[in-house]
Ligand binder design. Structure first.
Ligand code: XCC
Ligand code: SF4
Length: 649
């Protein structure tokens, strides 16, 4: 047992996950094949995963497995195939985020027409701001009318055929000029995704750099388009997040309450479920069935959406989804879209857990499909909660809830960061810029993205976060990376003791943790907004590419991560992927294009670095070189102003 115990610790940094694996090995839990096991028994396809070659299956003369010095049957080179593959992945990721954004725009329109019972406009201020950014007339018009026009305009961004997607105007002026210069401003979100599919069809675009410029355009249509729409409208309908305390990890499952897990990415139905779970009548029903209450918790980004606004506990990230079922304590898991393992269908069959799919876009074998429509949300939420309650008495397995929990503080929308820094009447990024200029904060690093079963669970996220805050780099996180660091106890104010002296002094003054949870994966758009505002605040250059910042996706696996990484690079930020290679490793030409080539054009580069220590060094070197260029690399003495000096200012 002690030998295998060490083994499980190698697989995950999450003690709760390790405990479940140990208890399964000790036969206390039915034997289940998890992603952790499958990663060991199943090797990835060697063509394409290694530098030895690449695979194209874009037409039926293939699949062509191409090695150095050869081409595909049609003559396609390794570089063309690598560029096409990367572009298609980016289109896949951009479509996922953007389709999510579209659904929210659609919902906003219905809410404005009173056709979506249970939903309302909760943040009018944000609506006005978003409407203004879209060029909607405000005057003294009725909120609902403004919402109607805003929804219509947001919806039109997807199918727009000509001109520029309006939201790019939120980027610094200089950045917009860069995009115009290289002709990569997106016209419409859907249009760019479709064009990626067309260009990468056999016999169309066969110039790697040209393909990849369009990939950039497609990614921008995600970050400054679809994802931005998703984030803004989610805030409008469910409130803009502000600091909220919560707890995380599997220990938040309850032994004597009905456990209902929400999982996926969309906030819509889940928000209703969370609200309704507090309804007296429903609670009474739960009690009549022998449960002490109803415990709604979450996994992946749906969890994050309701964490950011309602303090709901995220019990795990991507690799915890099967593990959660194995506690035997989950009555029902309700899923919407993205990152939901098909294996859940089989796993839930071995327990009493009910698996419910709700999106018209997603059905899974073994799940019951109960479709969400914007006008049936309330009834559906009630039905699902009731189903979970009815299932409580069917608990049969030994309940095995690992006793691990951690405190965290989430909710760092860009609005809240501004407020936290400056206070209600003087909200501004000035204190952050000043702290970066005087070196108390060396720079800002965004750690984002997934878990990957080929990489030790959570380990890279946690390692990099710890090492960076120790050296006075402020870390902002989203998605599964954020859940990872929360589980290991870094996302609470007390964790400031792990931060360097400079960063700690800021955390103490402002009262924030050394790492900031900025939301779900579509909320990476919030990071873009912060970067733009920091540039506008002044003192750190004129464009995002001047800032001492970097991005890391240490355990990436989804196509969305590639789209995010690319739009961040297009915005001027150095971005490193680690864990597993990005799908271009076999082509030196493509690697050159997305590193030195993109850096020359866009000021940011996309790079895969396998060694996590090297990731750390590269990111630090990059940020220090930006500090040098800004001439803020010399540590200045802190000037203490007395009252006399202040009056003279
Ligand atoms: Fe999915 Fe968003 Fe990745 Fe986690 S981080 S595995 S995409 S849930 Ni976006
Ligand atoms: Fe092979 Fe060319 Fe067809 Fe790709 S497009 S599968 S390289 S023949």
């Amino acid at each position: 047992m002690s030998g295998s115990k060490k083994n499980f610790n190698d697989l995950s940094d999450d003690k709760a996950v390790v405990e479940i694996m140990e208890r399964m090995a000790a036969k206390e839990i039915p034997e289940i094949s998890t992603a952790f096991d499958r990663a060991q028994s199943m090797k990835p396809c060697p063509i394409g995963s290694a530098v030895s070659g690449i695979c194209c299956k874009n037409c039926a003369m293939g699949p062509c497995r191409v090695r150095e010095g050869r081409t595909g049957l049609c003559g396609a080179t390794i570089s063309t195939i690598a560029a096409r593959n990367l572009a298609r992945h980016i289109a896949g990721g951009a479509s996922a985020h953007s389709d999510h954004g579209r659904d929210l725009a659609h919902l906003l329109g219905l809410v404005a027409e009173d056709k979506a019972p249970g939903f309302e406009i909760k943040d009018e201020l944000k609506l006005l701001k978003f409407a203004r950014n879209l060029g909607i007339k405000i005057d003294d018009r009725d909120t609902k009318d403004i919402a109607k026009d805003t929804a219509k305009k947001a919806m039109s961004l997807f199918g727009q055929q000509h001109g520029e997607v309006d939201l790019i105007k939120m980027a610094p002026k200089k950045r917009q000029e860069v995009w115009r210069k290289y002709n990569v401003v997106p016209r419409g979100i859907d249009r760019e995704i479709v064009e990626t599919m067309h260009r990468t069809h056999i016999g169309v675009d066969q110039d790697a750099e040209h393909i990849l410029d369009h990939a950039i355009r497609t990614a921008i249509s995600d970050g400054w388009g679809g994802s931005m729409v998703a984030t803004e409208i989610t805030d409008i309908l469910f409130n803009t997040p502000r600091a909220v305390p919560a707890r995380t990890n599997l220990g938040m499952l309850s032994k004597d309450e009905v456990n209902l897990v929400i999982h996926g990415h969309e906030p819509t139905l889940s928000e209703l479920i969370v609200e309704l779970a507090e309804d007296k009548e429903i609670l009474g029903y739960a009690k009549s069935k022998g449960a002490k209450g109803i415990n709604v918790v979450g996994i992946c980004c749906t969890a994050i959406e309701v964490l950011m606004r309602q303090g709901v506990a995220p019990i795990g990230n991507f690799l915890s989804q099967e593990i959660a079922i194995m506690t035997g304590a989950v009555e029902l898991m309700v899923v919407d879209v993205q990152c939901i393992m098909q294996a859940l269908g089989e796993t839930t069959k071995k327990f009493h857990t009910k698996l419910i799919t709700t999106s018209p876009k997603c059905k899974i074998g073994g799940a019951t499909h109960m479709e969400f429509k914007e006008n049936n949300g309330l009834e559906l939420a009630r039905e699902i909660i009731k189903m979970a309650i009815d299932n409580f008495e069917n608990r049969k397995e030994q309940i095995c809830i690992p006793g691990f929990t951690e405190d965290l503080v989430a909710g760092f929308s860009h609005e809240y960061i501004k407020y936290a820094l400056g206070g209600k009447f003087r909200e501004s990024f000035r204190p952050l810029n000043d702290a970066i200029i005087d070196g108390r904060i060396q720079g800002v690093v965004a750690i984002v993205g997934c878990n990957n079963a080929r990489v030790p669970h959570d380990k890279y996220h946690n390692f990099l976060t710890r090492e960076l805050i120790k050296r006075d780099y402020l870390v902002v996180l989203t998605g599964c990376a954020a859940i990872s660091t929360a589980k290991c106890g870094l996302m609470k104010p007390e964790a400031m003791k792990y931060a360097g002296e400079g960063l700690r002094s800021i955390c103490e003054t402002v009262g924030i943790p050394p790492i900031l949870h900025m939301g779900s994966c579509v909320d990476n758009s919030r990071i873009l907004t912060v970067l733009s505002d920091v540039v506008k605040e002044g003192g750190l250059g004129e464009d995002i590419s001047d800032l001492p910042v970097a991005g890391i996706a240490p355990e990436w696996m989804s196509e969305k991560a590639l789209s995010i990484g690319t739009y961040v690079v297009a915005s001027g930020v150095y971005t490193v992927f680690s864990g597993v290679p990005i799908p271009v490793e076999s082509s030196q030409e493509v690697k050159d294009i997305i590193t030195s080539g993109w850096e020359e054009k866009y000021g940011g580069k996309l790079e895969y670095v396998s060694d996590v220590n090297e990731v750390l060094n590269k990111v630090i070197d990059h940020i220090q070189s930006k500090r040098k260029a800004l001439k803020i690399d010399v540590k200045k003495e802190r000037v203490l102003f007395d009252m006399e000096a202040r009056r003279g200012m």
